[in-house]
Ligand binder design. Structure first.
Ligand code: SAM
Length: 182
């Protein structure tokens, strides 16, 4: 009897893991990008840049993945309100739980679409996406961000925007971090 319960529990866990993996794969296929986190050295560069930015303190990470960058930014800028937007349910829930477990009350994660989110009150946008997403975001951010707001983009430049600064990270790919002022 005990071994039957054990087997049922094992199968339930395996089914849960399988569904979670399939969900991540399906959403990545729909998004055109997986929730791959930015490397540690890139995160350090972004956070160092965030420390220098003048800001009223509302930052959005568009496509926050597993939440590592938003949580690190939240520890560095305790006075800021940081919102991670993610439409992949599993990474979003893991980020949400990590913020709760670490008691990082200034960081929250929401399931939303980064193309329909309203950026009007946001003064810092951070993203690590792909060229097609940057083309779409370029138009959205141009029409919504107010003067004085900043955008930090990992790896990919914003079309038709002139960067204020381009930083080359120390990772093996020499990843570029683009900083723009609205
Ligand atoms: C490369 S990951 C970056 C993760 C995180 N920003 C980091 O630097 O560690 C890109 C994330 O954007 C998310 N994403 C892509 N399209 C999205 C959309 N339309 N709405 C919300 N999130 C999206 C993906 O699910 C993925 O988690």
């Amino acid at each position: 009897m005990e071994s039957l319960i054990y087997q049922i529990m094992l199968m339930a866990v395996a089914a849960f893991v399988l569904v979670a993996v399939l969900l991540i794969v399906y959403t990545s296929w729909r998004n055109g990008i997986s929730p791959m986190p930015s490397p540690a050295s890139v995160r350090r560069t972004v956070v160092a840049a965030l420390r220098k930015l003048p800001s009223r303190g509302i930052m959005v990470e568009a496509g926050s993945g597993w939440g590592t960058l938003a949580l690190q930014a939240g520890r560095a800028r305790k006075g800021w309100r940081i919102i991670g937007i993610e439409n992949s349910v599993i990474p979003m829930w893991i980020s949400f739980l990590a913020a709760k477990l670490n008691n990082q009350t200034n960081v929250s994660f929401i399931k939303d679409d980064l193309y329909t989110y309203c950026y009007r009150d946001v003064d810092t946008v951070v993203c690590y996406l792909y060229p097609g997403a940057m083309r779409r975001l370029s138009i959205i951010l141009r029409s919504q961000l107010t003067p004085g707001a900043h955008i930090i983009s990992v790896c990919f430049a914003l079309q038709d925007w002139e960067p204020e600064q381009v930083i080359t990270c120390r990772d093996m790919y020499r990843t570029k971090v683009y900083i723009y002022a609205a």
